[in-house]
Design a binder for this molecule. Structure first.
Ligand code: F6P
Length: 487
């Protein structure tokens, strides 16, 4: 098993002569004013959950966009600050964007063109030339920020996600010897879907400036190779899984991302979380015997509306659960300047009210929505204690919540319902797998998960725990770095 210490050693041995630089849109820690004080918090989302432990083991510099209102107070003249503040192990360099750049690059091209294009959730992508211009400009700004960090040491640069498809091109232009790679955290669609993108050629060319490209699953690697074949005059080596374009070879590999299993299990078993579990009925302040729990960023790809419809169907089909069962949905507000996201919050709210009205009796109603922040120990308490956890994404690269939930289940109680359309479903085969679009299928899955024998639940949870324990986040990082070192 690869642990934080083993990864640390691998990096010390293999990357000793390199400068390790991770680059992403989202910053791992933000600094915000809380009255007159400055508060530092870890940001949410799969990318930070996965990469922060890796950076804590490896050290180096993480380059990201500044979004905290007090960030500028804590950085030095090069926009660098050491993090995490309580025990600094790596540095964060912040990039400042203008409002126009942020609108075009993040809210525009990244999240209204590429996000819906790559997720098959039936939302149409929109492509505006002005968004693309800002996206290109910001990708260059990222590359310039990275180049400034490079001195005598050979750089080892690890770009993250769909926000940064063009940065490798700009980095390589100035530093052809730099080792540059990118991990793609979302699905890559098939060529038929990708062909509608007006900037498809520039995007693929940008990605092929990387020496290594990583996806969560083989299927996405395959889609990417097929897209290159369809769109560019490039040489595809199917056996090696590589693309050679204009004399440069890019390796394409699958690396299923994961979580820090040991740390999560330990936290989940802590007296603090155990105490929270004892107090759950009081904290939830809502009568229930059986709880299904979900935690998602409020995004149309996460299938939140579909889950509420399935709970409705479950209570309709199996009325014996009325008055006993609740569905506790924790939602993290996200990308609020995009209309689709704002509208989704209203839709979720009104559907929940409709379903609650249908079944309400005395003080019980089935759908409990919580959009305000809950602290992490409470989230772990809910994951560990719930009878059913539902991860019902319509499409998801991996979905780390599924792996977090299983890591938290230290007493092997409860069951996971998992969408077949997540990367996680390829590994967590012992979960109750569902088609999230099929409302009756999900309604029946809720019943199956509740009524499964304790013995079967324990066996299934244990198998999934062993899988995540072995294939943890440190193994993911070690495999990626190991592949890159070969280059
Ligand atoms: O899953 C894709 C992803 O970009 C992750 O990399 C990230 O954790 C998550 O979405 C959150 O998105 P945002 O940074 O836009 O809030």
């Amino acid at each position: 098993m690869i642990t934080k210490d083993t990864l640390h050693k691998i990096i010390e041995e293999k990357l000793a002569d390199y400068k390790f630089i991770v680059v992403s849109n989202r910053q791992p820690y933000t600094f915000e004013y809380a009255g007159k004080k400055i508060k530092c918090s870890k940001t949410i989302g799969g990318l930070v959950t996965a990469l922060d432990p890796v950076m804590q083991a490896s050290g180096g510099t993480w380059v990201a966009v500044s979004s905290g209102d007090a960030d500028s107070e804590v950085v030095d003249k090069d926009d660098i600050v050491k993090i995490p503040p309580e025990k600094p192990t790596y540095e964060m360099k912040l990039i400042n964007l203008t409002k126009e750049e942020e609108s075009g690059y993040y809210y525009g091209y990244a999240n209204q063109a590429l996000w819906p294009l790559c997720h098959i959730a039936y939302r149409q992508p929109t492509f505006y030339a002005s968004d693309w211009e800002n996206y290109d400009k910001v990708n260059k700004k990222f590359a310039d920020g990275v180049i400034k960090l490079i001195d005598k040491e050979k750089p080892f640069i690890w770009l993250q996600d769909y926000h940064l498809t063009l940065s490798a091109k700009y980095i390589k232009k100035k530093n052809p010897d730099a080792i540059v790679s990118l991990f793609w955290h979302i699905p890559w669609p098939n060529p038929e879907v990708f062909r509608v993108c007006p900037q498809k050629k520039e995007i693929i060319e940008g990605l092929l400036s990387n020496d290594l490209l990583g996806f969560h699953i083989k299927y996405h690697c395959h889609n990417f190779l097929e897209t290159c074949e369809a769109e560019l005059e490039s040489k595809i080596d199917w056996e090696e899984s590589s693309v050679t374009y204009k004399g440069h070879k890019t390796l394409v590999r699958d690396f299923p991302i994961s979580v820090d299993f040991e740390a999560l299990s330990e936290m989940s078993a802590s007296p603090e979380v155990t105490k929270r579990i004892e107090n759950l009925p009081a904290e939830i302040d809502h009568p229930y015997d059986i709880m299904a729990f979900s935690v998602d960023r409020i995004d149309y790809t996460k299938g939140i509306l579909e889950k509420i419809r399935a709970v409705d169907r479950f209570l309709e089909k199996y009325p014996q659960y009325q008055g006993k069962f609740i569905f506790f949905q924790k939602g993290a507000l996200s990308r609020l300047h995009i209309k689709t996201y704002k509208n989704l919050i209203d839709e979720i709210q009104s559907l929940a009210e409709e379903v609650n009205w249908k079944y309400r009796s005395r003080s019980w109603y089935p759908i409990v929505l919580v959009n305000q922040k809950i602290d992490y120990s409470m989230q772990l308490a809910l994951c560990r204690a719930c009878e059913v956890c539902m991860v019902n994404s319509l499409h998801d690269g991996m979905n780390l919540v599924a792996k977090e939930v299983i890591s938290s289940k230290v007493d092997h109680k409860g069951m996971l319902i998992l969408s077949k359309f997540t990367g996680a479903a390829r590994e967590l085969k012992e979960a109750v797998l569902v088609n999230p679009y099929d409302i009756d299928n999900v309604a029946d899955a809720i019943k199956e998960a509740i009524e499964m024998s304790e013995k079967e639940k324990q066996e299934r949870i244990e198998k999934m725990r062993q899988n995540i324990k072995e294939n943890n986040i440190y193994k993911w990082a070690a495999k990626f770095i190991g592949e890159l070192i070969k280059i």
